[in-house]
Design a protein around this ligand. Structure first.
Ligand code: FE
Ligand code: CA
Length: 522
């Protein structure tokens, strides 16, 4: 749950690529139909209306994405035929020195999206890329490969973002993010919101609450029409993961929020996952199969940083105590409860054990640190959609960090539409217990944090001594500069999300020194 309701304290809660022809998509679960390849490629309108993107960088490759959509808000506007899309990768921004090129098919089965897994590139360098269909060419995007696994890496700069409710404001954060010197952007979820149109904000959603595949496609397309978001995708490779709103608020595994049969929700989740894949620069290994999709995965920047990207929605047990912001019932301590599922948890622990990187990043959705929203020592008030509702699962992770001591664990988090810095304690109920890691929680790009909830959070800071920083007033992103010796997080915030001329500034900066878990003010 993010804190989106204005009456939070009332506990109310809603709850490969050169092969063409018939064999091309063989074995892909989503793509079952055969379509003729269109020789004609004249479109009703410019087909690259949703821009270009790249993502999931490896030392020798990156995924390139685009979607043909001459009529993006109304199903895309493409004939029910396959189209040949050409792509090229160059080492210069004018696309003169092309080093890789090929063709791929845009199929109606995947909304004429393309995901090109380019390999054979050199590590740790910039590339530019462009698509062409018929005589139409896309914008030129820029991307960067991950650092070599064999050479020492001296620095990495990335930013992380989350929660970009279209209706609540403009993407002024992205307007400034494109000016940053970054190697990478990490998106931690709530890329879209599923709700119907609401009045009062600067812009509205394009349909009632989304349920069908066509609904989800049109919603992703709406978001992707934003020029600032397109510019941010065209400027850097992204690593994405989802939270709840890519499907529905506070869903857990196959359990919907409310008012739906489980069977209807299984279909809805399949629709949402497919549309998500279609609109993100994801590798073929993430292609959904029905209502399931492999999104947790790992990226290594040599000996400097490794990113463990989690999915804490698809496999979690239901929120305890009927969800909400409330005192914890016994269910919140259930040893069988899980955020990640057993398999993903084991994958995480194995990865942390085998890692040879200085900084071990856990990129995930909801706040890991405990936060008791009740300032009174006599009663607790916890956000049960966060790890605070999954205490035993959190203890397994924190105990692992304490016992196995992976190098410099740093958790990066979204969901809560506000900025936080936490020391991660092996036991939050014992303030003197060991600090085993650091958590940076980034604010939203646009999504609302109710102003009347800022004071109550601040009032409870004293009883949460592991929390080093909180701000609820500002929207933006977190810029992270890593060297072997030091991690610095700068909380970059925009002056406004309703004024397109907003400025950007640094609200606060925190550092983690190598070998010393916990954050210090810079
Ligand atoms: Fe959100
Ligand atoms: Ca969320």
């Amino acid at each position: 749950m993010e804190l989106i309701d204005s009456d939070l304290l009332s506990n109310r809660c809603k709850r490969r690529n050169f092969l063409l022809g018939a064999g091309f998509f063989t074995g892909l679960a989503v793509t079952s139909q055969w379509h003729p390849v269109s020789a004609k490629s004249r479109f009703s309108n410019y087909p690259f209306s949703l821009g270009v993107a790249s993502g999931d960088p490896l030392p020798d490759g990156v995924v390139l994405w685009t979607r043909l959509a001459p009529d993006p808000l109304y199903g895309g506007g493409m004939p029910l035929r396959n189209f040949v899309v050409q792509w090229r990768v160059a080492v210069d921004e004018k696309m003169k020195k092309v080093v890789r090129r090929g063709k791929t098919l845009a199929s109606p089965d995947l909304a004429h999206s393309v995901h090109v897994d380019v390999r054979g590139l050199e590590p740790d360098r910039w590339y530019w890329y462009q698509f062409q269909v018929g005589n139409e060419v896309s914008a030129i995007g820029r991307t960067r490969t991950a650092g070599s696994l064999f050479n020492s890496i001296k620095k990495l700069n990335f930013a992380f973002v989350s929660c970009q409710d279209w209706q609540n404001g403009y993407y002024t954060a992205y307007q400034h993010l494109v000016d940053e010197e970054l190697d990478l952007v990490v998106h931690l979820g709530d890329y879209i919101y599923e709700y119907g149109p609401e009045s009062g904000g600067p812009r509205q959603h394009n349909s009632p609450e989304i349920v069908t595949l066509n609904d989800y496609r049109n919603r992703h397309a709406l978001y992707k029409t934003d020029k600032n978001l397109q510019a941010a995708h065209a400027a850097f490779p992204w690593i994405v993961t989802w939270d709840d709103h890519e499907v529905e608020n506070n869903y857990a595994n196959l359990i919907p929020e409310e008012n739906q049969s489980q069977q209807a929700f299984v279909t809805r989740r399949a629709n949402a996952y497919q549309a998500y894949y279609e609109h993100m620069p994801l590798r073929r290994s993430s292609l959904p199969s029905g209502p399931n999709m492999q999104l947790y995965r790992r990226f290594t920047y040599g000996n400097l940083a490794e990113f463990n990207v989690l999915d804490t929605r698809q496999y979690r047990t239901d929120q305890p105590c009927d969800d909400g912001l409330k005192p914890r019932c016994s269910q919140a301590f259930d040893v069988n409860a899980t955020m990640t599922g057993q398999e993903q948890q084991q994958w995480l622990f194995d990865g942390l054990d085998k890692s040879r990187s200085r900084w071990n990043v856990i990129a995930q959705q909801t706040m890991l640190a405990q936060y008791d929203f009740n300032p009174s020592p006599d009663a607790g008030l916890f956000n049960l959609d966060q790890w605070d509702g999954y205490v035993a699962a959190r203890n397994r992770l924190l105990s692992f960090l304490n016992q196995r001591q992976p190098s410099n664990p740093v958790v990066i988090t979204g969901d809560i539409h506000s900025s936080w810095v936490h020391d991660l304690k092996v036991d939050f109920t014992k303030p003197a217990s060991a600090i085993v890691g650091t958590e940076f929680v980034g604010t939203s790009v646009t999504s609302d944090f109710p102003t009347n909830f800022i004071a109550p959070v601040q009032a409870a800071l004293g009883s949460n001594p592991h929390t080093k920083f909180f701000d609820g007033a500002f929207r933006g992103y977190v810029r992270c500069n890593l060297t072997p010796e030091r991690w610095q997080s700068d909380y970059r915030v925009v002056s406004s999300i309703v004024d397109l001329n907003a400025s950007v500034s640094t609200l606060a900066s925190f550092v983690v020194e190598n070998g010393q878990p916990g954050a210090q003010r810079a």
